[in-house]
Design a protein around this ligand. Structure first.
Ligand SMILES: O=P(O)(O)OC[C@H]1O[C@H](O)[C@H](O)[C@@H](O)[C@@H]1O
Length: 614
């Protein structure tokens, strides 16, 4: 029995809305009648009925063969463009997958995978334990539509938190809530890392006005010099800085260190940190309890059913955004519209499914090619960094849901166009073919009335447009595939929509490759290893302290230190620890022993008797 794409429209997974299916108007002949751009009406697609049945298709052969034969005929390309073009009219967002060479056979071949992906996503939104490794629900979609939550108490929590974020931000901006020694807050210092930084950073770069009510800066690492730089740049404005400490777990070492360093700066400036501190964390976390006990200005909740990399639509992203004067309800609205658009099981009308399908095709479902993200808009510079965590921390997994070793993933990199054309796009155009590109196109160059022709009939934005289209064509001409996501302009609504688009695409793709997208076991391993290095460092210091308290001081060789730490196998790490501490004047090298690491002798500058028996 001939299989067909109609399987993706099966009654068991009814599209979330009955779509009036009408034949897409015949694509205009080139140079034919004037063509109103498709965004004036949502194109609908007739289900493709294909003769080939899935059983007699060898995916690999067909796909491999097809990969070599990207379409060259412009008329055929134009028809493919129109046939697969997706557009969400309310958002002014559309998706072009025509420059990805998936075949009709491949689409049919993927039908069964998509059916289970759609089913799993539907159950996820209904509150299933979609993160089985941590036994958690996955509820970031509920943040944009609280009526979806499986428990009424969560609906109230989500709505009340949003209201409190908005009123707190309004009061801060209006000066109703102000610091002890300034007329109003003027700065935000966000302390957080990973998903507790990347979302707020992307949103700030994309949407903050030129002169925001509060200007934001970030401490997103445990680099002392980086922390010093941010505090130095604040200078006396530390007194009017709202410090937002963000940590879902409430115990991330880098964030804790940032907090302690900032509190030290407040003490040295004679400021009361609690009056300027806000915590965003899970209830009863170490951070939450610290903020409560110390009486910080405010605390906002995070939930165990929202992952760090999908938390930007929670207080994590919404509070910093609101304080910068960004319309967070518009962000949520854009995400909600995209969430609804990506609920359909109608493949061609589901932009997230289209993305997931393209990723699978382009990277063979095993991450064989990297995803290069190229927004041709300065304000979207951090989108690729944001997607690095969202995509790679979700998909980069050792095991699949059945416990098989798969080492899955999809590598993401990129910055912005046309800037990157003057950096690495040479390799993309002619070099190793190990990627597929994603162009993010923004049609609106400048606010209305602000444009200017730098030569007759040509604006700066025309160049940017031309560079994008030229690069897309040049890559395709050399067999390099690309996806294009187009938005009309960068607004809270469109930013909310593209975040939601990629969150859903990652979730669907994870189902296609049968992995849990919502945990991060590898990160825990890294945290554990770091803790072991610090524990070894403490033992080294204790051994050196004991030797340094002798009279005369007894400088020790690396071998002697390793021996006294009962860790001879760690001698290289001990050498690295000594090197780092020596560079920071925390250990001294004995005269005449500056030769090879084997002969170097070290000691501490002073003996700390209290630590002698630590
Ligand atoms: O928000 P926190 O609990 O401090 O976690 C910050 C980050 O820590 C780890 O790296 C996790 O893998 C990330 O997903 C998380 O965003």
């Amino acid at each position: 029995m001939a299989s067909s794409l109609s399987g993706l429209f099966s009654s068991s997974l009814k599209p979330s809305k009955t779509l009036s299916v009408k034949a897409l108007s015949a694509p205009p002949t080139r140079g034919g009648d004037s063509f109103s751009f498709p965004h004036t009406s949502k194109p609908t697609h007739l289900p493709l009925t294909l003769s080939a049945s899935r059983s007699d298709i060898s995916h690999t052969d067909a796909a491999t063969a097809a990969k070599k034969e990207l379409i060259k005929d412009p008329d055929a390309l134009w028809e493919r463009y129109l046939d697969w073009l997706y557009q969400e009219k309310d958002l002014g967002l559309y998706l072009d997958v025509s420059r990805v060479g998936f075949t009709d056979e491949f689409v049919v071949d993927m039908e069964h995978r998509f059916k289970s992906a759609f089913k799993a996503m539907d159950e996820l939104e209904k509150g299933s334990i979609a993160n089985p490794d941590e036994g958690r629900m996955v509820g970031h979609y509920w943040l944009r539509n609280s009526s979806l939550v499986p428990k009424p108490t969560l609906k109230t929590l989500i709505e009340n938190t949003l209201d409190s974020i908005c009123s707190f931000a309004d009061d801060i901006i209006a000066g109703k809530i102000k610091p002890p020694s300034s007329p109003r807050f003027t700065q935000i210092l966000s302390v957080g890392i990973g998903g507790s930084a990347l979302g707020p950073q992307f949103v700030a770069e994309a949407l903050a006005p030129d002169n925001p009510p509060l200007k934001i800066r970030f401490i997103d690492n445990t680099d002392p010099a980086g922390i010093d730089h941010q505090i130095a740049q604040l200078g006396p404005e530390l007194a009017s800085t709202l410090v937002i400490v963000i940590s879902k777990s409430g115990g991330t070492p880098e964030t804790r260190n940032g907090l302690l360093e900032v509190q030290k700066a407040f003490r040295e400036a004679g400021l009361n940190f609690a009056k300027q501190g806000v915590a965003i964390t899970q209830e009863n976390s170490l951070l939450d309890n610290t903020a409560r006990i110390e009486g910080w200005l405010a605390r906002f909740p995070m939930y165990d059913w929202v992952g760090g990399r999908t938390s930007v639509m929670s207080a994590v992203g919404l509070l910093p955004a609101a304080l910068q004067g960004i319309d967070i309800r518009e962000m949520l609205a854009g995400a909600a519209i995209m969430d609804e658009a990506t609920r359909t099981t109608w493949l061609k009308n589901n932009p997230a499914a289209l993305l997931a399908m393209c990723w699978y095709w382009a990277s063979d479902g095993v991450g064989s090619k990297d995803m290069v993200i190229l927004p041709y808009k300065d304000s979207l510079l951090l989108f690729s960094r944001y997607l690095q965590q969202l995509v790679m921390e979700s998909l980069g997994k050792e095991f699949d849901l059945d416990g098989n070793t798969v080492n899955q993933g999809l590598t993401v990199y990129g910055n912005k166009g046309s800037t990157d054309q003057h950096a690495y796009i040479q390799q993309l155009r002619e070099g190793v073919h190990n990627f597929f590109a994603t162009f993010i196109e923004v049609l609106r160059d400048r606010p209305p009335g602000h444009d200017w022709e730098l030569e007759p009939g040509v604006t700066c934005g025309d160049y940017l447009f031309g560079m994008l289209q030229g690069t897309r064509s040049a890559l395709y001409a050399n067999g390099r595939e690309s996806i294009s996501v187009t938005i009309e302009e960068v607004t809270p609504r469109s930013v909310g929509a593209i975040i939601a688009l990629y969150e859903r695409a990652v979730g669907l793709y994870a189902s296609l490759v049968n992995i849990n997208a919502y945990h991060q076991p590898g990160v825990e391993a890294g945290k554990k290893a770091a803790a072991e290095v610090l524990a070894l460092q403490k033992r080294v210091l204790s051994v050196l302290n004991e030797a340094s308290c002798k009279d005369p001081v007894e400088p020790l060789t690396l071998d002697e230190i390793a021996d006294r730490c009962h860790a001879p196998e760690e001698i290289e790490m001990i050498y690295k620890i000594i090197a780092h501490m020596s560079a920071n004047d925390r250990v001294l090298i004995a005269e005449g022993s500056c030769g090879s690491p084997r002969s170097v002798k070290v000691y501490l500058g002073e003996c700390n008797v209290d630590d002698m028996y630590a």
